[in-house]
Design a protein around this ligand. Structure first.
Ligand code: FES
Length: 91
């Protein structure tokens, strides 16, 4: 569940919509210094702009950097009729 002032973000990766809490597990900061920019230049990893942690867009697991062994918090997300809905709970 998102607390007051907390944000989530939604991505589409390989055709599938996914949602994550916008909080890097390394230091608990938001990933995007540039509002709404989460992917690396190749579009293959989510990157925390603070210290460069890299996450797998498919499941939020750390691919490298100071987040090793941790994951982004995935949120329940579904797409229906072109509308994306993010719900409380874990997928
Ligand atoms: S806060 Fe994200 S890598 Fe350090």
């Amino acid at each position: 569940m998102l607390g007051p002032g907390e944000e989530a973000f939604v991505i589409r990766f390989k055709g599938v919509v996914r949602a994550y809490r916008n909080r890097c597990p390394h230091r608990g900061l938001e990933l995007d210094w540039q509002e709404g920019r989460f992917f690396d230049d190749k579009g293959k990893a989510l990157v925390c702009s603070v210290h460069g942690a890299r996450y797998d867009p498919a499941d939020g697991s750390c691919l490298g950097g100071p987040c090793l062994g941790r994951s982004l918090e995935a949120l329940v997300c579904r797409e229906q009729g072109g509308v994306v809905m993010v719900e409380e709970g874990r997928p």
